[in-house]
Design a binder for this molecule. Structure first.
Ligand code: HEC
Ligand code: HEC
Ligand code: HEC
Ligand code: HEC
Length: 211
């Protein structure tokens, strides 16, 4: 019953062959040339992605002009990106670059400085330092209320409160700015909350030491 008319089979085979040839033709016309170069994706996509305009500034963008020594970036924050506290700074950067290009020797550059200075540093600091479940234990963390109680700042409600005792570029507690708490220090905090970093590398000397 199958071999009654082989012509039908030949027609079927021919149709299938056509479909096959069609498939491979369409495929070769539509698949981008770099497909499969590295894996099951378009190899040239890497370059396309790498060439996209960057949305955020990098630390290197800022340090191209700002010497971290001069700004006394201490050891503990030396890796914290400028953007975290100063915002993206893109307008500033563009404006400084333009100013630099047009600069006359000996004349200090002036450029756009809007929004560069944080106005609520407390929130920024706590974003990284509020004691949080799941945060690596070795990362320095505080419970805000306890920290305020322990250290008793002059103005605990201020949005800049952390700066009463910590220098943002070099927040090592042994490095506190003038004033604040001095007298409270000796009261030896009840050694609660197992302090994991007992002796943080013997107080990194402040770099530069400039006035
Ligand atoms: C943890 C937050 C934080 C980080 C990170 C940070 N800054 Fe700052 N920076 C501040 C604050 C707050 C001030 C204002 C200090 C003051 O008023 O005493 C400041 C001040 C400055 C100033 C003006 C005063 C000065 O030192 O000349 C410059 C310039 C500056 N920062 C650049 C940078 C650059 C560049 C980076 C990255 C390499 C950076 N900052 C990283 C918080 C930060
Ligand atoms: C092309 C050089 C250049 C680049 C890049 C640059 N800055 Fe600046 N920055 C300057 C100069 C110059 C000043 C001082 C300008 C003035 O006083 O008018 C300044 C001042 C500042 C200040 C002090 C503002 C104040 O109110 O006193 C901060 C903070 C700062 N820059 C942060 C940054 C950050 C963050 C970046 C990276 C996103 C950055 N800068 C990139 C040149 C640069
Ligand atoms: C983007 C995250 C980030 C922000 C924002 C940030 N820090 Fe930190 N801070 C860190 C990291 C990470 C370390 C620990 C670095 C290490 O130990 O290598 C650190 C360390 C510290 C330490 C311990 C320093 C020492 O030497 O023992 C203090 C205190 C501190 N930060 C205070 C502050 C204050 C105050 C602010 C706000 C002005 C702030 N931090 C903002 C990430 C941050
Ligand atoms: C009145 C002074 C004072 C104020 C205000 C203050 N601190 Fe501290 N901070 C200290 C002292 C002193 C230490 C070191 C002893 C300790 O851990 O309590 C310290 C330690 C730290 C540490 C390191 C903790 C560790 O386990 O290594 C971090 C992080 C920190 N502070 C963040 C902050 C942040 C964020 C703010 C603002 C919300 C802030 N501090 C406000 C005095 C202060």
């Amino acid at each position: 019953m199958f071999s009654r008319d082989t012509l039908h089979l030949w027609i079927l085979a021919g149709a299938l062959a056509l479909v096959g040839v069609g498939f491979f033709t369409v495929r070769s016309l539509t698949i981008p040339p770099s497909f499969g170069q590295f894996g099951h994706f378009r190899g040239a996509a890497l370059e396309t992605a790498a060439n996209k305009e960057r949305k955020l500034t990098t630390r290197g963008d800022c340090t191209a002009c700002h010497d971290t020594l001069k700004h006394e970036m201490g050891k503990s924050h030396e890796r914290v990106h400028c953007i975290e506290c100063h915002g993206d700074g893109k307008a500033h950067m563009t404006s400084c670059k333009d100013a630099k290009a047009a600069a006359k020797p000996g004349v200090a550059l002036t450029c756009d400085k809007t929004d560069l200075m944080p106005t609520n540093i407390k929130d920024i600091c706590l974003h990284c330092h509020q004691d949080t479940i799941g945060r690596a234990k070795k990362h320095p963390q505080i419970k805000f209320d306890e920290h305020m109680k322990d250290n008793d700042p002059k103005d605990p409600k201020s949005p800049m409160v952390c700066m009463q005792c910590h220098i943002p570029h070099d927040p090592d507690p042994s490095n506190e700015p003038d004033g604040a708490k001095e007298d409270k220090d000796d009261e030896a905090k009840p050694a609660e909350a197992a302090t994991p970093t007992a002796a943080p590398a013997a107080a990194t000397p402040a770099v530069g030491g400039a006035e």
